[in-house]
Design a protein around this ligand. Structure first.
Ligand code: GTP
Length: 359
């Protein structure tokens, strides 16, 4: 089966905190996030992936090459200007080789999911649908476009973000993974910006196409915010969500070759420690990403945080839900919490910042 993976768009706001951009290239559980997605696609029977790129398109190919290491064929398609999700699918489809009735898997590059991809494709075939969509249920649907279905799974509507309570007709939302009949992709207009959610799907529905929703309450995480990326990494390390690309066994932590973890350091919660990094005795690192060449010094406490490549976290410093940019220096006895971000190459002196929670 062939797939299109959407990794373009307007760009990543992670840039000031890590040089590993765009976001799908940020190491997550030891490898670029994209490696997990590609490996999962391969495991589901995908043999050719078309990578639809725009922002920083040039960074993908040197890492993934022709895909042979993943037993895949990867084709890179570049948009000079982002074409939106629908436009990108249409543009990337030029590289597909399958027949007009074949199913093509399409997925967003910023979502981690435990979806049974092969099951979605089977359901698509069984329903004889033009397009099938993975739908997930969310607690607060008000921030999403909603996708109500009938009892057979047939999609009834696509609604924009609901503005009033009575518009919340379902808790099912588009989870960013689709199967398109190949020929349906050709109905998307070429050469202009198209949103699949706002234009393609509603248009198909209006023209009488059969859109099929598959509600699957599996693991699903949108990597929109850095906290989600940290969570995704921890969940991959702990095996809460499985990936064939995890470079080691699942467990409470993953220490990559070449890292030094001194006796007495406490690693837990799905922490990943990158190559060449150093964790001192009595340091605590819980549910965090420590990238290559970083240092976490004696007695430091790092929780649910991201420590960038080559960054330093000084002795006794406490990080909780913080992002430390690549090669940034955080001196001793600091306390950073609640989404604090330190830009790449910045320096915080010793005892510069403390945190007082709201009363
Ligand atoms: P539209 O549906 O086009 O309005 O985008 P959206 O805002 O709903 O998409 P979102 O930003 O949620 O991105 C979904 C996925 O599509 C992500 O993996 C993006 O990297 C990717 N993506 C978004 N826009 C583009 C684009 O213009 N080109 C490409 N190649 N990928 C895109």
């Amino acid at each position: 089966m062939e797939a299109i993976l959407l990794v373009g768009g307007k760009g990543s706001r992670l840039r000031p905190v890590t040089e590993y951009t765009p976001k799908p290239m940020v190491p997550t559980a030891g490898v670029p996030f994209l490696a997990h997605q590609l490996a999962k696609a391969r495991a589901a029977g995908v043999t050719h992936v078309v990578l639809a790129t725009s922002y920083l398109a040039e960074v993908f190919e040197p890492y993934f090459g022709d895909g042979a290491d993943l037993d895949l064929r990867i084709t890179y398609i570049h948009e000079n200007e982002p074409l939106g999700t629908g436009g990108a699918i249409r543009n990337a489809a030029d590289a597909l080789t399958c027949g007009p009735d074949e199913p093509v898997l399409i997925f967003n590059g910023d979502i981690l999911t435990g979806l049974d991809i092969a099951g979605l494709v089977d359901s698509h075939r069984a329903a004889g649908a033009d397009v099938s969509l993975h739908l997930t249920r969310v607690e607060d649907p008000s921030a999403f476009g909603l996708v109500p279905t009938d009892e057979t799974g047939r999609v009834l509507a696509f609604t924009e973000k609901p503005q009033r309570p009575e518009e919340i007709v379902t808790d099912q939302v588009n989870a960013g993974c689709y199967v398109f009949r190949r020929s349906v992709i050709d109905t998307i207009p070429a050469g202009r910006v198209v949103s699949v959610e706002r234009e393609t799907f509603p248009g198909l529905l209006e023209s009488g196409a059969h859109l099929h929703g598959v509600v699957d309450q599996t693991y699903w995480l949108d990597l929109g915010r850095p906290a989600a990326l940290i969570q995704a990494s921890a969940d991959l390390v702990r095996g809460v969500v499985r990936s064939p690309a995890l470079p080691g066994k699942t467990g409470e932590y993953l220490v990559l070759p070449g890292a030094t973890v001194e006796d007495g350091a406490k690693l837990s919660g799905g922490t990943v420690v990158g190559a060449g990094s150093f964790i001192a005795a009595d340091a605590v690192v819980e549910g965090s990403i420590v990238l290559d060449g970083a240092r976490v010094e004696a007695g430091a406490q790092v929780r649910a945080s991201f420590v960038g490549a080559g960054a330093r976290v000084g002795s006794r410093t406490v990080l909780d839900n913080a992002v430390i940019g690549d090669r940034a220096e955080v001196g001793e006895d600091n306390e950073l919490q609640g989404g604090a971000r330190v830009w790449c190459h910045s320096t915080l002196p010793d005892a510069a910042i403390r945190f007082s929670p709201k009363p």
